[in-house]
Design a binder for this molecule. Structure first.
Ligand code: LHQ
Length: 265
């Protein structure tokens, strides 16, 4: 299936979404937001989708908001950037964070502005060694958005978050891995194969359990230990009642590999 600004490929439980405006470094337009949201919602609703891979066409992952679309300093849309966040970026970040399937981001090249923070909202971030992460906002007088001011300090600590936000210098994939910003930096020519292997593994995993794990880890950022223990109790009860947990435990006892279906019930 081919969208205009987002390419969609579905195979073996993997939904691969490719941001597709390579001549503009996959900068986000409202059209791209619409197509990406629709594709993510469809993936979430489809029992055939067990994992989503998000990547970019060409030499970049994404350069963030298409600045031509928000116009120059006299364009009213620029002065109400907040409504663009409210209507497009914030729902996208919430959707990725609440998606009931793992979302892998394959950062194939530079991820700048909101492009960086969309990548960092994903569950597992792999980056090509030549890729970099750029909180470009300060270069144009803006504030990191798309969850960046929430994600960055949690992943790398406030000192590094302030440095990234204020200096707006590119951070290499290797440094991003060393700082704990991403899961892994991978040689450029191995990115696709490595991401496909991990996606294949997740496509055969206990999807519902992964969704509950994602939910628990997200909730931990505002929970006390006591509340988190209560949440783990409740989520474990749900997970343990699922067919995949019964299969997983049964397969362990029978000394055979599990065959997970990804079904909730
Ligand atoms: C672009 C863009 C771009 C349009 C490259 N837009 N064309 C939310 C809500 C509301 C308002 C504002 O913002 C936000 C969130 C945000 O994301 S704000 C941050 C927006 N992003 C940026 O500020 C990054 C802008 N891009 C760059 O700084 C550079 O392009 C980077 C460093 C990413 C890459 O540099 P180069 O490798 O030298 O590539 P280039 O600059 O030559 O870009 C190639 C083409 O892509 C070029 O078009 P052209 O027709 O001249 O070949 C650029 O104009 C276009 N492009 N980013 N964001």
């Amino acid at each position: 299936m081919r969208g205009k600004t987002v390419l969609i490929a579905e195979s073996g439980g993997i939904t691969r979404l490719t941001l597709n405006r390579p001549d503009k470094l996959n900068a986000f337009t409202m059209e791209m937001h619409g197509e990406l949201r629709a594709a993510l919602e469809a993936a979430n609703a489809s029992p055939d989708c067990r994992v989503v891979v998000l990547t970019g066409a060409g030499r970049a992952f994404s350069a963030g908001q298409d600045l031509a679309e928000v116009g120059g300093p006299t364009d009213p849309a620029t002065s109400d950037a907040g409504s663009r966040l409210e209507s497009a970026y914030n729902p996208l970040i919430r959707l990725i964070a609440s998606l009931e399937k793992p979302v892998i981001c394959a950062v194939n090249g530079i991820a700048a502005g909101a492009g960086a923070n969309v990548a960092l909202a994903c569950d597992l971030v792999f980056a090509a060694r030549s890729a970099s992460f750029l909180q470009a906002f300060a270069r144009i007088g803006l504030v990191p958005d798309s969850g960046g001011t929430w994600t960055l300090p949690r992943l790398v600590g406030p000192a590094r978050a302030r440095g990234l936000a204020m200096l707006a210098e590119p951070l290499s994939a290797e440094k991003a891995e060393a700082w704990g910003l991403i899961w892994k930096a991978v040689d450029d020519d191995k990115l696709e194969a490595e991401v496909s292997a991990v996606a294949g593994k997740l496509a055969a995993a206990a999807t519902y359990g992964l969704a509950l794990s994602k939910q628990a880890i997200a909730a931990s950022s505002t929970n006390t230990l006591a509340r988190q223990l209560d949440l783990e109790r409740d989520l474990q009860r749900l997970a343990a009642a699922s067919p995949d947990a019964r299969e997983g435990i049964g397969a362990f006892l029978e000394k055979r590999p599990p065959r997970f279906t990804g079904r909730k019930s």
